[in-house]
Design a protein around this ligand. Structure first.
Ligand SMILES: Nc1nc2c(c(=O)[nH]1)N[C@H]1C(S)=C(S)[C@@H](COP(=O)(O)O)O[C@H]1N2
Ligand SMILES: [Mo]
Length: 200
C-alpha cells in the first residue's frame, strides 16, 4: 500500500530547500543514549490492532528483513544522502499486528522518553522501516540502537531512535517536537518545518 504522496525532488534538486549536505552523520537527540541489552530489549506494538505483540530481539530478527537506501533530512538544515538501512519494513509490522479500520495515526516512543507521531498512511509507505543496521553495521547507541524508525520522506525527527513502543491510534496525539511547534507532516521538499498552531 502506498503512503501519502509527497512532492518529489524536481530535476537535479536532490537537496530540499534550506538544507545543506553533510557526510559525517551528526548525532542529534535529547542527549540520552540509553544502554539497552539485547536480552532486555522489547518492542511493544499495540493499540487499534487485531494482534498486539511484544517482540523480543530474536522475534524481531525473525521477521522478513528489508533494505532501503534513502536520503536523511534533519530540520536543523543538514541532509545526508544515500543512507543504507536494514531492518524490518513497517508494512511487515503492519501485516503482523493487523490494524483495525479505526487505526489512523501511529505514535512512536523511545527508551529515552522521546515520542513522535505520524499518520498511518505515511508509515505504510514502502520505504519506511524499523532499522537495526546502517551502512552494513549494527546501529550504534548514538544513532538509536538497538533499533530506530526511519521515514525517509519526512524530516528525521519523525523517526524515533531507541524505539520501544508503537501505538496505533484512532486519533492524533502529538509527540515531543510536535508539542513544541514543529509540523505534523514534516515534508522536507515543501519546507514544512513548523506548525505554531500545535502550541498550547
Ligand atoms: N528517541 C529519540 N529519537 C530521535 C530523537 C531523539 O531525541 N530521541 N531526535 C530526532 C531528531 S530531531 C533527529 S534529526 C534524528 C537524529 O538522528 P541521528 O542522531 O542518528 O542523526 O533522530 C530523531 N529521533
Ligand atoms: Mo532533527
Amino acid at each position: 500500500m502506498a503512503g501519502k504522496a509527497l512532492r518529489k525532488p524536481s530535476g537535479d534538486s536532490r537537496l530540499p530547500p534550506g538544507q545543506h549536505e553533510v557526510t559525517d552523520f551528526p548525532v542529534l537527540d535529547l542527549g540520552l543514549h540509553p544502554e539497552i541489552r539485547l536480552s532486555d530489549w522489547c518492542l511493544h506494538i499495540h493499540g487499534h490492532v487485531e494482534n498486539p505483540v511484544k517482540l523480543s530481539w530474536a522475534e524481531f530478527q525473525q521477521l522478513p528483513q528489508f533494505e532501503d537506501v534513502s536520503d536523511f533530512h534533519c530540520v536543523t538544515t543538514w541532509s545526508q544522502f544515500a543512507m543504507k538501512w536494514r531492518g524490518v519494513a513497517f508494512f511487515s509490522i503492519s501485516e503482523l499486528v493487523r490494524p483495525k479500520p479505526s487505526a489512523a495515526h501511529v505514535f512512536f516512543k523511545g527508551y529515552d522518553g522521546y515520542s513522535t507521531s505520524n499518520p498511518l498512511s505515511a508509515c505504510l509507505d514502502d520505504d519506511v522501516l524499523i532499522a537495526h543496521s546502517w551502512n552494513g553495521e549494527s546501529l550504534s547507541k548514538e544513532h538509536g540502537g538497538p533499533a530506530r524508525v526511519i521515514l525517509p520522506k519526512r524530516y528525521a525527527w519523525k523517526g524515533a531512535k531507541f524505539v520501544r513502543e508503537i501505538v496505533f491510534l484512532d486519533r492524533e496525539i502529538l509527540g515531543f517536537w510536535e508539542l513544541r511547534g514543529y509540523s505534523k507532516t514534516a515534508d522536507p521538499f515543501t519546507n514544512d518545518r513548523f506548525a505554531p498552531s500545535n502550541l498550547p
